[in-house]
Design a protein around this ligand. Structure first.
Ligand code: GUN
Length: 295
């Protein structure tokens, strides 16, 4: 069994980006500037966004964190997004999901200028991704592709089973694994809450990508020998022995599944850090594209 070490690979990627930023600085060019909007006080979301901003600082990006109250109206949030669209100092921005109930996610995602949509969630960018056009690929799927590529995990002709059809992970992942090229050229099955006999499907899988958010969901009996296991789950489970009062748990019963797997991502230290690294990569691309347009 080989661990797919997202912590290490994400450090490599961040070092590569930091070297690019240094070149930009040395040439007197603008450095990438990422803004992150967070609405409300959800602990996990605040932690994720905090990590994104901290990573920016570490590699030499500019960053702006915009904290808005959970009671904000949709109109006010849309106004803020328009300001960010118009702000020449911002190369890319994200609006952390989920959003409070009074706000329509779709309206918010549609309002983001596609050229600054470093999450790749705008329908224009999502459509381009599905059509193999150059665009921003959503950070978590992009991170998984990067892990597979850097460990040279073969995907062509393999049966990839994706568990969960979220717009952030499962849906784009299912499209990307079926695209031409490497990683890709997989035969993909997208499973979800209405899938029957899921074990029958997962035991046929060469590659399983699980993005459910149900701790220890994927058991050893659901996996064939030598499968590649990608665990996107990051659920906080109460744990009194931990200082924080919780521990982060993946969708995979790691202790048992890792005995059968050929490659497996740990949680934490697998997909999570890759998401941040690829968001930074998208922000670097956004800056480069803006520079080419003279912005
Ligand atoms: N919530 C969970 N993952 C993500 C992500 O990648 N981007 C945003 N904007 N919100 C998220």
């Amino acid at each position: 069994m080989q661990l797919l070490d997202g912590k290490k690979i994400s450090e490599d990627i961040k070092n590569e980006i930091a070297a690019e930023v240094k070149k930009m600085k040395d040439n007197g060019e603008k450095v990438p500037h990422l803004a992150a909007v967070i609405v409300g006080n959800d602990g996990a979301s605040l932690t994720y966004v905090g990590s994104k901003v901290k990573a920016c600082e570490r590699i030499g990006f500019e960053s702006t964190l915009i904290k808005l109250p959970s009671t904000i109206s949709e109109t006010e949030l849309l106004k803020k997004i328009e300001e960010l669209n118009q702000d020449d100092n911002i190369d890319g921005f994200i609006v952390q999901l989920p959003l409070p109930e009074q706000i329509d996610d779709q309206k918010v995602l549609m309002a983001i200028d596609p050229s600054k949509d470093v999450d790749g969630f705008h329908p224009e960018n999502f459509g381009k991704m599905a059509l193999d056009m150059t665009t921003f690929i959503p950070a978590t799927p992009f991170g998984i592709l990067e892990l597979l590529e850097r460990y040279n995990v073969q995907t062509a002709g393999k049966h990839t089973v994706v568990i969960g059809r979220s717009h952030i992970v499962g849906r784009p992942m299912s499209i990307l694994m079926g695209r031409k090229g490497f990683p890709g050229n997989s035969t993909v099955t997208l499973t979800h809450s209405h899938t029957k006999n899921i074990s029958q499907i997962t035991t046929q899988a060469d590659i399983i990508i699980t993005a459910l958010g149900v701790p220890n969901y994927l058991k050893a009996e659901m996996v064939k020998d030598d499968a590649v296991i990608i665990d996107v789950g990051i659920t906080r489970v109460p744990d009194e022995t931990s200082e924080r009062g919780y521990r982060i748990t993946g969708d995979v019963d790691f202790a048992n599944v890792s005995k059968k797997a050929s490659y497996i991502t740990p949680v934490p230290g697998g997909v999570g850090p890759m998401t941040i690294a690829m968001l930074l990569k998208n922000t670097l691309l956004a800056r480069e594209q803006r520079a080419m347009r003279g912005q």
